[in-house]
Design a protein around this ligand. Structure first.
Ligand code: RCN
Length: 349
C-alpha cells in the first residue's frame, strides 16, 4: 500500500466544488493517511507523511476547519450512503463508503455510531425550544421539550445496543482500534507525524473518539453538567475534542454556553413536574454512559487482558493495551463523566 501511495500524483484541491465534495476528499485522504501510517497495524509505522498526500490533506483540512487526521466527523458523519436512495436510514439500507481491514467490524462500529446520532438528533432539535421556553418562563413548554429530549436519549440507547450484534470485540481491539489511533502522546509516534512539505516539525493529533461527537457535549452544556476540571481532566479532553468537530458544531457548542441556564431555572422554580422532566434527561444521559462503560469493558478492557495465543507476536506493550482510540484511558474518563452526570440529578422535594 505504501508503495502505491507514494506513486500518487499531488492533486489540487481547487477543483473540489462545494462542501460535500470537500468532506468526501477529506475522508478519503484520512483513510489513506491512517493506512499509510499504520500499514498492517504492527510495529512497522511511518513517521513521515509524503508531500503528495500531506499537502492537499492539510490544505483541505484548513479549508474545512478540521484536523489532518481521520476524525469522528470523517469516518462516522461523512462515511455513509443509502443502498436504496428512496429507502430509510436503517442499518439494513445503509453502508459505509470506505473500509479498514477486519471484515464488517468497521461497518458495524461506524454505522451504529451514526444511527445513535440520528436517534439523538431530535434532542438537538429540541434545544432551541428549551432555550426559548426558559426565556419566556413557559414551564409547560419547557417540561415538554425536556421530555422529548429524554425520549430521544432512550431511543439512542436502544440503537447503541446493536453494537454487540455487529462488532466483534477481538477484531475491534486488535484491528480497527489500531487504524483509528492518533499520534498524540503515542508510544509508536512519540513526536507525532511529520506532514512533509507543510510543517518543518512533526505535529500531534488525537485519534477518533466519541468525545468528538457534538450530540452528547451539547446536552451536557444544555443541562448545565460540568465535567471534572483541571490538568488532563475530562473537561480538558472534551474541550480539546471540540477542535476535531466541524466548525458549525464547535460554534453551536460555543453559543450554547451563553444560552439561558436551564438547570438554574429548574432549581429556582421548585416545580415537581419540571424537576422530574429535567431529571429524566439527566437519567437518559447516565443510562447511555453506563452502557458506554459496558461497551468499553467488552471492546477494550476484556480483549486487552486476554493472553496472546501462541505465534501471536503482535501483542503491544502493556502500557498501551487498555487505551481507547482517543489515546486516553477510556474507563477512567467515562466513569468520571458518568459520575458527574449522575451528581447533576436534582433531589425532590
Ligand atoms: C468512530 C466512532 C466511535 C469512536 C471513534 C470513532 C469511539 C471511540 N468511543 N467511540 N464511536 N471511543 Cl473514530
Amino acid at each position: 500500500l505504501r508503495e502505491e501511495v507514494e506513486k500518487l500524483p499531488t492533486l489540487s484541491t481547487d477543483g473540489l466544488r462545494g462542501h460535500r465534495l470537500q468532506r468526501l476528499a477529506h475522508l478519503a485522504l484520512g483513510y489513506i493517511t491512517m493506512a499509510y501510517v499504520w500499514n498492517r497495524g504492527d510495529d512497522d509505522v511511518r513517521k513521515v507523511l509524503p508531500r503528495n498526500i500531506a499537502v492537499p490533506y492539510c490544505e483541505l483540512s484548513e479549508k474545512l476547519g478540521l484536523p489532518p487526521i481521520l476524525s469522528y466527523a470523517d469516518c462516522v458523519l461523512a462515511n455513509w450512503k443509502k443502498k436504496d436512495p428512496n429507502g430509510p436510514m436503517t442499518y439494513e439500507n445503509m453502508d459505509i463508503l470506505f473500509s479498514f481491514p477486519g471484515g464488517d467490524c468497521d461497518k458495524g462500529f461506524f454505522l451504529v455510531s451514526l444511527l445513535v446520532e440520528i436517534a439523538a438528533s431530535p434532542a438537538i432539535k429540541a434545544i432551541p425550544t428549551v432555550s426559548s421556553a426558559v426565556e419566556r418562563q413557559d414551564l409547560k413548554a419547557l417540561e415538554k421539550a425536556l421530555h422529548d429530549i429524554a425520549t430521544s436519549l432512550e431511543k439512542a440507547k436502544e440503537i447503541f445496543k446493536r453494537m454487540r450484534d455487529f462488532v466483534d470485540p477481538d477484531t475491534f481491539f486488535h484491528v480497527l482500534r489500531i487504524y483509528l489511533s492518533g499520534w498524540k502522546c503515542s508510544s509508536k509516534l512519540p513526536e507525532g507525524l511529520l506532514y512533509e512539505g507543510v510543517w518543518d516539525t512533526p505535529k500531534m493529533f488525537s485519534g477518533g473518539s466519541a468525545g468528538q461527537s457534538s450530540i452528547f457535549q451539547s446536552l451536557d452544556v444544555l443541562l448545565g453538567i460540568k465535567h471534572e476540571a483541571g490538568k488532563e481532566s475530562p473537561a480538558e479532553f472534551l474541550q480539546e475534542m471540540r477542535e476535531y468537530m466541524p466548525p458549525a458544531h464547535r460554534n453551536f457548542l460555543f453559543f450554547l454556553e451563553s444560552a439561558p441556564p436551564v438547570r438554574e431555572f429548574v432549581i429556582s422554580r421548585h416545580n415537581e413536574d419540571l424537576t422530574k422532566a429535567y431529571n429524566e434527561c439527566v437519567n437518559g444521559l447516565v443510562s447511555v454512559r453506563k452502557f458506554h462503560l459496558a461497551i468499553v469493558d467488552t471492546y477494550i478492557m476484556k480483549p486487552s487482558k486476554k493472553k496472546p495465543t501462541d505465534g501471536d507476536k503482535s501483542e503491544e506493550p502493556s502500557n498501551v493495551e487498555s487505551r481507547g482510540t482517543g489515546g486516553t484511558n477510556p474507563m477512567t474518563f467515562l466513569r468520571s463523566v458518568k459520575d458527574t452526570t449522575e451528581k447533576a440529578l436534582l433531589s425532590w422535594p
